[in-house]
Write a protein that binds this ligand. Structure first.
Ligand code: NAD
Ligand code: TYD
Length: 357
């Protein structure tokens, strides 16, 4: 059965990778992207899809209930992949209000609209309806060095305005299944990396700063640990869950790749040294600078992805070595994608976060 998919946040990092993945693997399915094109959204990323008959891009806000209602109805949507969000921890520290608005109120708006809409979907055709709520491992809080990895039953303990707002949205998605029977599925994923990642996040920031000969700012002592997953593997997991996941369930998604920030930055430096030519500063490690720590900086995240592996047969396919090489190569070859993103707004943001270091 061909599904009719609404992807929110489809012009962002994971959303755009997911839309490309879906259009390639399900070429006959209808895909509608709803994205507000905030600073993090980039329509150019979807330019190659614009002429497809079964692709539509709509610029709009997930908090706009009448727009969401009319899109669900007009497009006869049976599946929502909800990826629209304010997603950067440092921005949530500077200005939490947009996080509560988009992540909590926006998710609530989508859930309300889908609750009203989905019972009327293909009443005679027995179509599968799913609201996939894409979330983060950060809702589980911070782990100590010896703690076991997060499972689907780890209690929530969010520490940043970003993770608190995501936790709130997860609770709403859960409640809409339990109270109203809306077929929601929640995913909590570890840190993603890969193409089309906005420059403010660790890996693209380091790649771009190496190409520009700028300092590589490592927060605190650089010993914080993240669990890294190549974005295409995440997209494959979301696809698997849309097709085989059970409504009402949560699935943790992770790459089983725990790396300390400082080690990750050093690996990126080595890859850039070997792939880049005419770099402004070499070896790139010379650019590493320890800077003031992020307030409330979570020490360690780690995902236990046993459930999705055992129940749905998903596991990551790209090793961290391959994924990081492909990512560095992508930033080397796609200056025309990232250069325009280093806007005045971005420079102002950058100064606010890094100038007191
Ligand atoms: P992103 O910031 O790159 O993209 C977010 C997209 O949402 C942008 O295109 C933006 O324009 C859009 N958007 C923001 N507010 C909107 C609104 N009110 N209405 C409509 N569109 C709006 O984020 P990302 O890294 O692609 O993350 C996508 C989702 O995955 C988020 O829910 C995030 O919490 C989750 N997640 C991200 C990671 C990661 O490592 N990046 C890991 C786990 C989970
Ligand atoms: P980030 O990419 O912002 O993801 P998250 O905070 O959601 O995990 O940061 C990843 C890690 O890298 C995190 O521990 C903070 C750290 N970091 C730096 O050390 N320097 C930087 O300039 C940035 C952006 C992040």
């Amino acid at each position: 059965m061909e599904s009719r998919l609404l992807v929110t946040g489809g012009a962002g990092f994971i959303g755009s990778n997911f839309v490309h993945h879906w259009c390639k693997t399900h070429p006959n399915h209808q895909v509608v992207v709803l994205d507000a094109l905030t600073y993090a959204g980039n329509k150019e990323t979807l330019a190659d899809l614009q002429d497809r008959e079964n692709f539509r891009f709509v610029q709009g806000d997930i908090c706009d209930r009448s727009l969401v209602d009319s899109l669900l109805k007009e497009e006869d949507i049976d599946t929502v992949a909800h990826l629209a969000a304010e997603s950067h921890v440092d921005r949530s520290i500077l200005g939490p209000s947009a996080f509560v608005q988009t992540n909590v109120v926006g998710t609530f708006t989508l859930l309300e609209a889908f609750k009203n809409h989905y019972p009327s979907v293909g009443q005679n055709a027995n179509r599968r309806c799913i609201f996939l709520h894409v979330s983060t491992d950060e809702v589980y809080g911070s782990l100590g060095p010896e703690d076991p990895a997060f499972t689907e039953t780890t209690p929530y303990a969010p520490n940043s305005p970003y993770s608190a707002s995501k936790a709130g949205s997860d609770h709403l998605a859960r409640a809409y299944y339990h109270t109203y029977g809306v077929p929601t599925i929640i995913t909590n994923c570890s840190n993603n990396y890969g193409p089309y990642h906005f420059p403010e996040k660790l890996i693209p920031l380091m790649c771009i700063n190496m190409l520009l000969g700028k300092q590589l700012p490592v927060y605190g002592d650089g010993q914080n640990i993240r669990d890294w997953l190549y974005v295409i593997d995440h997209c494959q997991a979301l696809d698997t869950i849309i097709h085989k996941g059970k409504p009402g369930e949560t699935y943790n998604i992770g790459g089983n790749n725990e790396v300390k920030n400082i080690d990750l930055v050093k690996i990126l430096c080595k890859i850039m040294d070997s792939l880049g030519s005419d770099l402004p500063v070499q070896p790139c490690e010379k650019l590493i600078t320890f800077v003031k720590d992020r307030p409330g900086h979570d020490r360690r995240y780690a995902i236990d992805a046993t459930k999705i592996n055992n129940e749905l047969g998903w596991q990551p396919s790209v090793t961290i070595e391959e994924g990081l090489c492909q990512t560095v190569e992508w930033y080397l070859n796609n200056r025309n994608w990232w250069e325009p993103l280093l806007s005045e707004e971005y420079q102002t943001y950058y100064r606010k976060v890094y100038s007191n270091s």
